[in-house]
Design a protein around this ligand. Structure first.
Ligand code: NAP
Ligand code: GDD
Length: 325
């Protein structure tokens, strides 16, 4: 039975990836951080507690800031595959806590790579790189596009990305990065723009909210479905040769388009409810991200399945169901 270790397992992608690997027959170990409230709600479908011995799913306390715990866990778990999904992942917040973001999103990757290298160089390593690293580089962006990061978050991701390249070249490790464009789902964190919009549209529809305040409506993103994207992560670790891949849909929409589609799905006109608030603007914006996933299609046989309209509908339906109960 193959064994996987996932950091960030309590996040959006971690929860989908854990589900996927369990269906593929893996024993899955996830890293969670201690918090004052239970923060494993995304794992409710697969985790019932440590007494549930029939499950091949285990949670361990740790933190990307704690290198000794990472080293101990890697030594105890002896994973065949490590997926490093943990990060301070919010771009706007990274301007407010840049040092923390650099430590977790950047140096945290180094700590984990070292833990793996010291244990076994045959362990395969996946790094959650980001299209944010392309930043100001014009679209479409592919594996050949230069990085021009525009936030402490994306600078930290670029550092982590280059570390993986370096560990591959220096130590012959199977370390790869998926350069993933934005991907969303009903499990998306509530402060990312898509979920903020779908939650607000649902709340407004049932009379629980009056208005939605947003920042830049002109920004364009290549939005896909997280459930599709975790499949690409797994595929990258099953290849004969380690290589970095861009993962996206190849289609971009503006934040304005997203508002129009989400409110329109509930028969509302978004312009009646959306207002601008300067506080949601960023010191430096990434205007236009559009992935060119040709290499992933050709070499991994991967392509996104859920369309933009289906994704918005899925998220609105979920938020409407939650707010109506
Ligand atoms: P997410 O929902 O924000 O999840 C982040 C995960 O990291 C959570 O499990 C969080 O734990 C954990 N974490 C944060 N700080 C940590 C620390 N110090 N030590 C250990 N764990 C820590 O992010 P996501 O959307 O699933 O994204 C997964 C990864 O892909 C992230 O690295 C993100 O930067 C990257 N990425 C995401 C996208 C996207 O569009 N979603 C695109 C490209 C790249 P808590 O639950 O305790 O907060
Ligand atoms: N969050 C947020 N809140 N974004 C807003 C708002 C708002 O009120 N109003 C406008 N936006 C704009 C942002 O300025 C940005 O241009 C766009 O909406 C998307 O913002 P987010 O949903 O916060 O995502 P992101 O693109 O900055 O970052 C996400 O995708 C990256 C991959 O490209 C995160 O998941 C990152 O972790 C990931 O690496």
């Amino acid at each position: 039975m193959p064994t996987a270790f996932i950091t960030g397992v309590s996040g959006q992608d971690g929860s989908y990836l854990a589900e996927l690997l369990l269906t593929k027959g893996y024993q899955v170990h996830g890293l969670i951080r201690r918090s004052s409230s239970i923060n494993t709600w995304r794992l409710d479908g697969i985790y019932r507690g440590p007494q549930d011995r029939n499950k091949n799913f285990f949670l361990h306390y740790g933190d990307l800031a704690d290198s000794s715990a990472l080293a101990r866990l890697v030594r105890e778990i002896q994973p065949d595959e490590v997926y490093n999904l943990a990060a301070q992942s919010h771009v706007k917040v990274s301007f407010e806590i840049p040092e923390f973001t650099a430590d977790i999103t950047g140096t945290g990757t180094l700590r984990l790579l070292e833990a793996v290298r010291m244990n076994s160089r045959s362990t395969r390593f996946y790094q959650a790189s980001s299209s944010e690293m392309f930043g100001a580089s014009p679209p479409p962006q592919s594996e050949k596009t230069p990085f021009h990061p525009r936030s402490p978050y994306s600078c930290a991701k670029a550092f982590a990305h280059m570390l993986c390249v370096n560990y591959r070249e220096s130590y012959d490790m199977f370390a790869v990065s998926g350069i993933l464009f934005n991907h969303e789902s009903p499990r998306r964190g509530e402060t990312f723009v898509t979920r903020k919009i779908t939650r607000a549209a649902a709340n407004i529809k049932v009379g629980k909210q009056d208005l939605l305040y947003l920042g830049n409506l002109d920004a364009k993103r290549d939005w896909g479905y997280a459930g599709d994207y975790v499949e690409a992560m797994w595929l990258m670790l099953q290849q004969d040769e380690p290589r970095d891949y861009v993962i996206g849909t190849g289609q971009a929409h503006s934040v304005r388009d997203f508002c129009e589609t989400a409110f329109g799905y509930l028969d509302m006109n978004w312009q009646d409810f959306v207002r601008h608030d300067q506080r949601y603007e960023r010191p430096a914006e990434v205007d236009y991200l559009l992935g060119d996933p040709t290499l992933a299609r050709e070499e991994l046989g991967w392509s996104s399945k859920v369309s933009f309209e289906e994704l918005v509908a899925m998220m609105v339906d979920s938020d409407l169901a939650a707010v109506s109960t």
